[in-house]
Design a protein around this ligand. Structure first.
Ligand code: NAD
Length: 539
């Protein structure tokens, strides 16, 4: 017999505030508006598939599907547009990015409505998406010259060898993105690709095409020329290969399993790729943490977008000395979270995206409970709120034989563990194959920074969940180990879309014996030069 989770003990995890007026009843997307988005898909196949709102299970729109011939057409358009685009100035590209920034702010309500409809997430979590795009657009517009200007380098012969490095666009970048942050994941990696002079062919996840298409519409309204940003739609298994076969670079965000398939295909063509993959992220609450602050941050760390966030936390290590006090504060906050269906402000957590996600979360919790874990909060699906709602869930007593110990749940489930010394906490945080994001709460930020250096994760947030690194666009973001390859954001986030081209002008002397000099004498002169340069301290 399978043990069932205990009741949630929740007083606030409730449905619509006013049960007489269930907002789900009024959900219907204006079809003319939907068509203004869906007609942006490059599609001649004549096939369409419906997309559904996870809030109500109702269909939202019919999405035209792209065939392999449509992918070919998308790349042809992109190649044509890229030629003229690569000759535009950085000033012009930056100006368009700043217009995109303004549009995202002006059209924020429309963007949030669509994200909520399509993903089912709470509006406050949807807000992170236009926020991230505005930050990314502004950052790259304002720093374009820092990353992309031609750079002077040291020439081998001082004064006589002049060397410059150009950052040449790759050409056409293929972007394959997931459903969890459908607006920002579809756009954020494309912004630096465009800035560097590339065109883009993008395949967003089939479940969240509308948010990605709204992004495409905003790019066009900002003034990016037609053909520069091309959207294809269809299953990744079918369109992935035709995209990889034609692209000059692939930017992929999604699961580690798919990332490995994509890396192999890119290796076959010797094209570069960046892979932003999964995580099983640790949060550490040290004995000197501000416990109220840590409990508040831990809620956001664990339950933003119902835990369907690559950088969200699924393992919490708490110092022995404060374990009981922290646990009480954290569990009280989780039990007080308001779960409400709908797209309005006021909900602390929304729905999962799909039945698949609900099945995974349910299976992980049931497995843990059956093997002896304790449910401290949540632990139940909530069909009364919507087809895929699941309560924010806190587990204790999770052991290695339980699925959720090491596997990514990608849902609203966090496991609490006690630690006795910090070295032990670090080694447990580093266990497993992933290395995406970590969080450390401590009043001693110097000690926390020293601990951060021992954590094998691409980002570490101190006294914050994930936003401090993710929103600091100047710093690179990405995973170590099986959490990824390459980085988005910062210089690395734009230079990945360029080829470095070194150009050297040589004056007066050549790299060969001159004036009848013998090879042996030439070698001696050059060797004497090597010694001299070292003495002079030259690099
Ligand atoms: P997924 O790998 O199943 O799908 C992601 C994208 O890849 C979708 O567009 C899908 O259509 C496409 N795809 C699927 N199979 C493909 C194939 N064989 N070839 C080419 N494309 C293919 O991932 P998912 O389950 O939808 O997304 C959740 C995962 O993404 C989680 O593991 C999460 O941690 C990860 N994620 C990582 C980041 C990050 O920045 N590191 C951000 C968001 C999500």
């Amino acid at each position: 017999m399978t043990a069932q989770p205990e009741p949630s003990h929740s007083s606030e995890q409730v449905g619509p505030a006013d049960p007489e007026h269930d907002p789900r009843a009024s959900y219907a997307l204006d079809q003319a508006y939907a068509r203004s988005l869906t007609n942006r898909v490059v599609s001649t196949s004549g096939q369409t598939v419906p997309t559904y709102s996870p809030i109500s299970g109702q269909p939202l729109a019919m999405i035209p599907q792209s065939s392999e011939a449509d992918v070919r057409e998308a790349f042809a358009r992109a190649r044509h547009a890229q030629q003229a685009w690569s000759r535009t100035s950085l000033e012009h590209r930056s100006e368009l990015l700043l217009r995109l920034h303004d549009l995202v702010i002006e059209r924020q309500d429309e963007i949030l409505d669509l994200i909520c409809w399509e993903s089912g997430k709470a509006r406050k979590h949807a807000f992170d998406e236009p926020l991230h795009i505005a930050l990314t657009a502004r950052y790259y517009a304002r720093t374009a010259h820092d990353h992309l200007d031609t750079e002077r380098k040291l020439g081998v012969v001082p004064g006589l060898t002049r060397v410059e490095v150009n950052h040449v666009p790759k050409g056409v970048v293929g972007i394959i993105s997931p459903w969890n942050y459908p607006f920002t994941m579809a756009l954020c990696d494309g912004i630096p690709a465009l800035l560097a002079g590339n065109a883009v062919v993008t395949k967003p996840d089939a479940q969240t095409m509308l948010s990605a298409l709204l992004g495409a519409q905003l790019l066009e309204e900002a003034g990016f020329p037609s053909g520069l940003w091309n959207v294809v739609a269809g299953p990744g298994r079918e369109l992935g290969t035709p995209i990889i076969e034609r692209a000059d670079y692939i930017c992929f965000t999604g699961s580690t399993a798919t990332g490995k398939i994509i890396a192999k295909q890119c290796a076959d063509r010797l094209i570069g790729c960046s892979l932003e993959l999964g995580g099983k992220n640790p949060i550490m609450i040290l004995r000197d943490a501000d416990l109220d602050r840590a409990a508040e941050g831990a809620v956001r760390a664990s339950f933003s977008n119902a835990g369907q966030l690559c950088v969200s936390m699924e393992r919490m290590f708490v110092a022995d000395q404060v374990y009981d006090r922290f646990k009480a504060l954290f569990v009280e906050r989780v039990r007080g979270m308001a779960l409400r269906p709908g797209i309005e402000w006021g909900s602390d957590m929304g729905s999962l995206i799909s039945q698949d996600q609900l099945d995974t979360v349910t299976a992980h919790v049931q497995d843990a409970v059956a093997k002896g874990a304790t449910v401290l909060a949540g632990g139940n699906a909530r069909p009364d709120l919507g087809p895929f709602f699941y309560e924010p869930t806190v587990l204790e007593g999770v052991t290695p034989e339980m699925t959720c110990f090491g596997q990514e749940t990608f849902g609203p489930v966090i496991s609490l563990y006690r630690f006795h010394d910090e070295a032990d906490a670090v080694s447990r945080a580093n266990a497993g194959e992933y290395g995406l994001n970590a969080s450390i709460y401590s009043r001693d930020t110097k000690r926390a920074r020293a601990i951060a250096r021992q954590v094998k994760c691409g980002t570490v947030n101190i006294n914050e969940a994930f936003g401090a690194t993710f929103a600091s666009i100047d710093s690179p973001m990405g995973g170590m180990r099986e959490s990824g390859m390459g980085r988005r954001q910062g210089s690395e986030g734009v230079l990945r879309y360029t080829e470095s081209q070194s150009v050297a002008v040589q004056r007066l002397i050549r790299f060969a014996p001159m004036f009848g000099m013998k090879d042996e004498t030439y070698a001696k002169v050059m060797t004497a030069n090597l010694r001299l340069m070292k003495k002079l301290g030259r690099a």
